[in-house]
Design a protein around this ligand. Structure first.
Ligand code: PMP
Length: 297
């Protein structure tokens, strides 16, 4: 288990910067009672944020998606930068969380007071520096495929993470690093791979990258977008945003998953090797392009 943050860690909570020990949640906070909130995770390398604006824009979309007013996402981005400066971190992930706060006794009905202010929390978690050798093989591991039992608005980066957390835990119990969701969408007769419990999924088939379209059934991943842009503009790799099945995934030449934290080569699924069971050349090239983007930013 990761070590807890020291109590004097500077966080943003209750409208200002303060030590962690002086921040707490009300028992009737709607984030706790109803998972009524949304979040972002932004990576910082050498004290600088990566893809800050896309994260702020996605936060604004998520806030709209749950009808949570009263917060300017660009101001959250500024506060995040300020937190990293005050904390003095070179390398960290900053967790942004916006919840509807304490609106009194537990009630399904949302009644927003006129002077409403959402509850914004920012926590910076130190991370190891990025592996600077861009030619290094990406981290790798196995995956399992599980039913995607989440809601239908996966484009919202919601705090309702229980299905994802249970799936990730099942993967770890099986000796794998990620659980990949599979779902039969309404109106279809076939299940498709959507995304990972905390990642977007790519397969490589005949030299082409495939990933699920941004049609609401997956989170529009910031890393996903960066990789598609790199595929198009740097690597000259053909790609398609198109659905694929579990059978396609198992038969793929290469599989990888990606998130703000890292790109991970998936080298087996339920213990069956993907390709030759090693991170493949396209996965390695994409990881190199991603690393270089972060280092160049
Ligand atoms: N899909 C899901 C379900 C996620 O939770 C995440 C990361 N939080 C991602 C995809 C990857 O998104 P990003 O690249 O923006 O970190």
């Amino acid at each position: 288990m990761p070590a807890p943050l020291p109590p004097d860690t500077i966080v943003y909570a209750h409208g200002d910067f303060r030590p962690l020990a002086q921040a707490s949640y009300a028992l009737e906070e709607r984030g706790v009672l109803f998972a009524d909130g949304v979040y972002e995770v932004v990576r910082y390398d050498r004290g600088k944020p990566f893809a800050l604006k896309p994260h702020a824009d996605r936060l604004a979309n998520s806030l709209d998606g749950i009808d949570l007013p009263g917060l300017d996402a660009d101001e959250v981005a500024d506060l995040s930068n300020e937190l990293v400066k005050r904390a003095g971190h070179d390398h960290c992930k900053v967790y942004w969380q916006v919840t509807r706060g304490d609106l009194g006794p537990r009630d399904f009905l949302i009644q927003t007071p006129t002077d409403f202010k959402p509850n914004l929390t920012l926590i910076a978690y130190p991370t190891p520096p990025l592996q600077r050798d861009a030619t290094a093989l990406p981290p790798s591991g196995g995956a399992i495929i599980v039913e995607d039992c989440r809601w239908t608005k996966c484009w919202i980066k919601s705090l309702m993470l229980q299905p994802a957390s249970l799936a990730k835990t099942a993967a770890h119990k099986a000796g794998a690093v990620e659980a990949i969701f599979e779902r039969e969408k309404p109106g279809t007769t076939e299940s498709h791979i959507t995304e990972g419990s905390s990642t977007n999924v790519f397969i490589v088939r005949d030299g082409q990258l495939l990933t699920h379209p941004n049609d609401g059934w997956v989170l529009p991943g910031i890393t996903r977008d960066v990789l598609l842009d790199a595929a198009q503009n740097e690597l000259g790799l053909p790609f398609a945003e198109q659905t694929f099945t579990a059978a396609d995934l198992k038969a793929a030449d290469e599989v990888f998953v990606c998130s703000t934290t890292q790109l991970t080569a998936i080298t087996s699924v339920h213990g069956q090797p993907i390709g030759d069971g090693q991170p493949g050349p396209i996965t390695t090239a994409v990881n190199k392009a991603y690393t270089e983007r972060i280092l160049a930013d």
